[in-house]
Design a protein around this ligand. Sequence first.
Ligand code: BES
Ligand code: MN
Ligand code: ZN
Length: 502
Amino acid sequence: MSEPASSVVTTPLAAIETPLLAVALAEGTSVPASLAALDQAAGGVLTRAITSGDFKGKRDETSLLYPAGGKAQRVLLVGMGKAGDVTRNTLRRAAAVGGKRARALGATQLACAVATEARNGTTARDLGQAIVEGAAQGAWSFTELKAAPDDPRPEVAAIVIVCDDRESKDAEAGRRVGDAIAAGHRLTRYLQVQPGNVCTPAYLANEAQRLADAYGFTATTLDRQEIGKQGMGALLAVAQGSAQEPRFIVLEYRGGGGGDAAPVVLVGKGVTFDSGGISIKPAQNMEDMKFDMSGAAAVLGTFETLGRLKPKINVVGLIPATENLPSGTAVKPGDVIRSLSGKTIEIINTDAEGRLILCDALSYARRFKPVAVLDAATLTGAVVVALGHAAIGIMGTDEALLGEVREAGERAGERCWPLPLWDEYRDLLKSDVADVKNSAGRGAGTIAGGWFLREFADGYPWVHLDIAGTAYTESEAPYQSKGPTAVGVRLFSEFILKRAGA
Ligand code: BES
Ligand code: MN
Ligand code: ZN
């Protein structure tokens, strides 16, 4: 999908000429004063929708109105629930509902406004940022692989934020950030949704190189032979069953501290298809395992955002990329391999491949002497059992960093919930023959994955994000199409921008 342009205007609502004006408002039984002029210009259609009780303002509720007069062809009322509960996440979600409806209607421009009575202390900067992020997210669609799209309506080409004069400067600052994050989001979703036969490890490496060329990052890519030479035996073991060559991708953005300040390292799991390997998965929904590179996609999307905003900070992205397939050359249960760290690993289950490729990336990260390492991985089905699809499972070695990442997640609307990495759980990974085994018994699957990584995340503060429950959705929502969610991009971006003081 092409990129919608965004802008801030201070035109009065009643004078906005647009195919679709989305107005977010809170629960209530009368038209808020800030919308009175619009209502009047529109011939009282807001009053009729609201006082009749047809539109109550509940979260995600919408009412599409065709005003008899005024400049907007259509007005979409979008509910945000109780005014006292409104946050920037509520604004983003309401804008996303508007964006999704705009796309469905074929409206090429979407103007968005929020009733001032419903702002609940959210700043103009929040408004500008959240509206662009949300509207772009909602308007997203992927039809590239259809010879005959089901609905060939035009895409949303422009997003317009409507606000007061005295807020426009701050809203514009927010818009700029939101626009860059939306671009990262879009790239991530695009990569996620690509089928496994298109999005291979080499494809991800090309994307990293493309970003490097566009924004002046340094990209380094190791192929199978170089991965072997480095001693990344764990990544190599997962890759050995596949005809597709693995890649180890290093992206470096130098934006701060004269270039040599210790960087934040972002690590993303890049399994471009996870069949389970010899421990093969059931056929049901196996096609979803093309999304097993969502962590990698989030890292690349974050670099898109970095390239646009150029914050004053150094960031390194590490992506171990491979397929996980069964074959005559595939790694087998019982095999023992040697990781980059030197630790040996007994393979119990070849479907626990994510932790294998990540452990080598975490060891590789040490050479950058990072201030913090954050990894994102669709690591365990167990995180869905624990937290469903509403939260990222978060674990780590540093309480302050855990808190900082969780706060970034709150701002981003990508919430994280902690699971403990207590010493008691270390025993899950005891192997009879090697230093560790890659899979434990039935219980505490997400913690076992986290603990495995912890064995290798040595020498820096580290946080692990298990995004298996949040990276893609199996059903449509009013604010989001079914499929990839780009989870991680907003969280990473918020984290980095805050650290950069931007
Ligand atoms: N990629 C999967 C995890 C996953 C499951 C992601 C569902 C998205 C949705 C991962 O590689 C995996 O297979 N994990 C195993 C680990 C087990 C063998 C210890 C799992 O969760 O079953
Ligand atoms: Mn697996
Ligand atoms: Zn996997």
